[in-house]
Design a protein around this ligand. Sequence first.
Ligand SMILES: [Fe+2]
Ligand SMILES: [Fe+2]
Length: 475
Amino acid sequence: MTASTSIDLNAKIPNNVGLAHDTKLRRALEKWLPNYLEWWNDMGPTDFADKPVYLRTAISVSNEGWAHYDHVKMPDYRWGIFLNPRNPDESTIRCGDDAGRKAWFEVPGEHRNALRRIIVTQADTEPASVEQQRLLGHTAPSLYDMRNLFQVNVEEGRHLWAMVYLLHKYFGRDGRDEADELLNRRSGDEDKPRILGAFNQPCDHWLSFFAFTMFTDRDGKFQLAALAESGFDPLARSTEFMLTEEAHHLFVGQTGLQRIIQRSAELYKQDPNNDVRNAGGIDFDLIQRTINYWFTYSLDLFGGEVSNNAADFFGAGLKGRFRERKKYEDHKVIAGTYRMPMVEGGSLVDKDIPMRNAMNAVLRDEYITDCERALRKWNKVLEKEEIDIRLTLPSPRFHRHQGIYAGHFFNPAGELITEAEYNANRDKWLLVPADNEYLLSIMKPCYEPGKFANWIAPPTRGIEGRPQEFEYVRL
Ligand SMILES: [Fe+2]
Ligand SMILES: [Fe+2]
């Protein structure tokens, strides 16, 4: 069995999946490796390839000390393939019609297409975000932040490896073709875009970067957590390990926004007219519109609120709910409904949807609860600074491109409005391209160790016990 904690770190591709004993697979992946590196050089972070970055590299799958920290040039990063260990006897299908039965260690024929689609969709997000963020090193507010950006980037690269391993090992020729395609699509490209909408949106500046890692990487957390409950054992164990890395990405986003809020609060009080922009900071209105923008694009990633696919994936045991095994008792969910407001004849009417069909909404609700936790922390900062402004999450009906609310018009409070009303207010509610000019004007790089740009507060502590003034990137 491959439920191993022993890692082959000296192999060309570090792994704990026994690549040394699987010549055919190893050769296929070693053939994909130079293509991956070519993609990284073309589409990864620009211009910092020769600079040593204080990066963490996964070297173990045990809970204690799974990572090693050192200065590494990004192209030399050791991207590896790691699956969480799991006792095969305890690996079961955790949800749906066959809940409780033994998990699959090979792809069952009847679920082959669905599983491939699930894996490819997840895989596609990983390189996409690296592409979206490739220019941000040039405007980093500090070496600490630059290091965090690059850490996120190399780990998204590793997540791509994690998914490509599954495609190569379990899906034959089709899988290899899909793995090649993952290096051919490009975020925002008209002809060959990335699969999901949020991953084609520009991430032009650090306000968007922090909102992206806060809201879009957080969608990733919930998708990975749902797949960690999959009956397909290698997928479950692979995504489980990805979650270990993902926690830091969410930390970067949540604390990044919190540090902006902290700094904006200080500037708000300093300026005689409470004009944060006049003081060179990011005003709360712009922060709120950025939250509105990235939160709603991230909600789209959960798919339609009413979904046959979601019902099929759950019923087949391919994708569970958040903490399916720990949190729920009934894993079949044959009965039960989910109430959601739907647009009917020009107004909102509550409808009861069979629970299995509402699984995307169930997962999304867990996500919203998680986001609300961060909002509470941010508002605590404002409270402490004795500023009356509060930040909020918009209604999940607002600004949607997927699901039952797409094609209708809502204000951020979730009330149905006309298209004309929406268009007249859009710029007041959402981050718009016109904001970029101002944001880019204040986002001048700040590369001196221990120094931070004027628009963001320093972090409360450094990385891995290192001080703030540590040289996180050696320029
Ligand atoms: Fe990822
Ligand atoms: Fe991530």
